[in-house]
Design a protein around this ligand. Structure first.
Ligand SMILES: Nc1ncnc2c1ncn2[C@@H]1O[C@H](COP(=O)(O)OP(=O)(O)OP(=O)(O)O)[C@@H](O)[C@H]1O
Length: 582
């Protein structure tokens, strides 16, 4: 908690001037407002009481005091307004910085982090949690704590100056309030944290629902997901109810009770000070005493809300820092240079977790320009080999060497830049056809993009739209067929002219005609490059120079198509089965 508060406060250092100016204005505003009951006291004791007793009204003094009261409060309001403005500006800037930092941190995290973390939770860290800090912490918490603190101290000093004994006696309120706040904080934080956790789960479920809406509807999973969603909302509701009950009881019920009892005790004590039928103190003092007691309790009531805000902010801060503290991928600086594209896997063993290995002692060598096909039953480890080659993950044991350089020792980005990958389900970004192919790299011109589209046989996409390759792409390219999305991603791979190309099951989801079109595009893209491909249809890999047959994370057969058929093993069986299905 203390650690989180310190870290949250440390962001203020970027906006020191704004903060100190805001805090000083707020202190001044609170102090000025605190002085106003003293003017009211003068008004009662020096103008109204004598006027009643003598029948003469001191008009000049009345005007001076009324004007002073008015001016004091006006200046106080203006100062408070300006200080809040400064603190809000500071808060917006801090959250802007945090969001940018978190975003850039996010894409330095290893892919394995996202395997365990639902995307909704990551989104919630960068949007909701930072928003809590913006609204609650950097404005409400800081300004309330500061002005409440000054108001409480000021009110106590004023009460002691007005009546030393009674004022000092009221210091007894301090331990009572501390115990009260302690108990409240203890129980409220439990429910508060639970509520935030459920909110985070709700946003995770929503995210999953929106992303998978097509599959959900196709498999009529709406009811099941709705039931799960309702259950989480119910948990949030129950935690919220407990929190509300506690909050109402402590914040409002007990607060009002304590305030009224204090006022009653003070009035009783003061009214006992009668001397010969006359009060020993003025009406002004009685008024000012009650006013300061109210001013003492106002921040105390507000304090409970502030504590709620502090807790919400600390919980949000804790989650943000947990995310920010995730170790980013180690950053090697050695640049990776690719000359020919020779790939060697040497005794590679790998698992997504250290306990369970998925690939075992994988050994192979691929010469520059060769086409390699990976085949095997589902879950045999084909995609995992490509994940390692592209350095989405690093192996636990063994080496992956490209052109004499061990990729695990080289800068990840430069390894990835040397290759191009065409994924099973190509992802199109919001932008245009051109930006999805050139990926906003300045060295790639419109002409190069058009040429790439022509080469993969997608000239039609250039002519179809008024804006040509600058036709907008929205919603992950839903407007395009899966074959067209595939062709766009081939053009994306082709335009960077990579030495190594990775094709993940590019033809498994399309019809025969599109497959033929994609097959032709693949032949164009593969030319002159080392290509790794996974294809479930064995007919598409007949021409591969090497075929690796995987079974339970091991290469069990290896060779070209004819060689593997002769071996009469798994490949032969798979080929026969597919031939029978045709
Ligand atoms: N991100 C991941 N985290 C944990 N385990 C994973 C992950 N990705 C894959 N696996 C596991 O690794 C094993 C091999 O998966 P892989 O995707 O490499 O197989 P594959 O041969 O490509 O299968 P398919 O043909 O179905 O795509 C599977 O048992 C799978 O459950």
């Amino acid at each position: 908690m203390i650690q989180t508060s310190k870290r949250l406060l440390s962001y203020i250092k970027y906006h020191r001037q704004r903060f100190w100016l805001g805090a000083s204005l707020l202190t001044l505003a609170t102090a000025l407002e605190l002085y106003s009951p003293m003017i009211a006291k003068q008004l009662i004791d020096q103008v109204m009481t004598p006027a009643y007793q003598t029948g003469n009204l001191n008009g000049d003094l009345l005007i001076v005091l009324l004007m002073s009261y008015f001016l004091l409060n006006l200046i106080g309001s203006l100062l408070r307004y300006n200080s809040l403005l400064l603190l809000r500006k500071m808060s917006n800037r801090i959250v802007k910085r945090m969001r940018n930092d978190l975003f850039s941190h996010m894409h330095r995290l290893p892919i394995s982090y996202f395997d365990q973390m639902p995307s909704g939770k990551v989104v919630a860290r960068i949007t909701n949690d930072t928003e809590v800090l913006r609204g609650n912490f950097y404005v409400s918490v800081i300004s309330n704590l500061l002005s409440n603190f000054i108001q409480i101290i000021g009110a106590f000093i004023a009460l002691i100056l007005l009546n030393r004994i009674l004022g000092s006696a009221m210091l007894i309120l301090i331990p009572i309030l501390i115990i009260w706040q302690h108990l409240y904080t203890k129980y409220a934080s439990r429910y508060n944290l639970a509520m935030r956790e459920y909110i985070s789960q709700i946003s995770g479920q929503l995210n999953e629902f929106v992303q998978g809406i097509a599959v959900i509807q196709a498999f009529q999973k709406e009811n099941q997901l709705y039931t799960e969603f309702k259950a989480t909302v119910q948990k949030w509701f129950l935690a919220g109810r407990k929190y509300l009950l506690l909050d109402s009881l402590v914040a409002w019920g007990l607060g009002a009770l304590l305030r009224n009892v204090t006022i009653l005790l003070v009035i009783t004590t003061l009214s006992a000070q009668f001397l010969g039928g006359r009060m020993a103190l003025s009406a002004g003092i009685l008024y000012v005493f009650i006013d300061y007691i109210n001013r003492l309790f106002d921040p105390i009531d507000g304090f409970v809300q502030t504590i709620t805000n502090v807790q919400q902010s600390l919980a949000a801060g804790k989650r943000i820092f947990e995310f920010a503290d995730q170790d980013p991928e180690s950053k090697q600086t050695t640049p990776f240079f690719i000359k020919k594209g020779a790939v060697t896997f040497s005794d590679v063993t790998f698992g997504y977790s250290d306990e369970h290995m998925i690939l075992n002692q994988i050994d192979f060598h691929v010469s520059p320009g060769e086409t390699v096909a990976l085949v095997g039953h589902t879950g045999s480890g084909k995609s995992s080999i490509l994940n390692l080659l592209f350095r989405f993950y690093d192996p636990q044991k063994g080496k992956i060497i490209i052109d004499d350089q061990e990729i695990a020792r080289c800068n990840r980005q430069s390894v990835r830049e040397a290759m191009a990958i065409v994924m099973q389900d190509p992802y199109l970004f919001t932008g245009t056809i051109a930006s999805n192919i050139g990926m906003n790299r300045l060295e790639i011109t419109d002409e190069m993009i058009k040429e790439a589209l022509r080469q993969v046989g997608a000239s039609e996409l250039i002519e179809r739209y008024d804006k040509g390759i600058h036709h907008p792409v929205v919603e992950k390219g839903n407007e395009f067929s899966s074959g067209e999305r595939q062709l766009i991603s081939f053009a994306r791979a082709l335009v960077v002219d990579p030495k190594i190309l990775i094709l993940d099951e590019a033809t498994s989801h399309v019809d025969t005609e599109t497959e033929h079109m994609i097959q032709q595009a693949m032949d164009v893209v593969k030319k002159g490059r080392t290509t790794f491909m996974i294809a479930h249809r064995l007919s598409t890999i007949k021409d591969a120079d090497q075929i690796f047959v995987l079974d339970q994370g091991r290469i069990v057969e290896q060779g070209n198509h004819l060689h593997l058929l002769e071996q009469n093993g798994i490949y032969h069986q798979m080929y026969q089965m597919q031939a029978e299905q045709l």
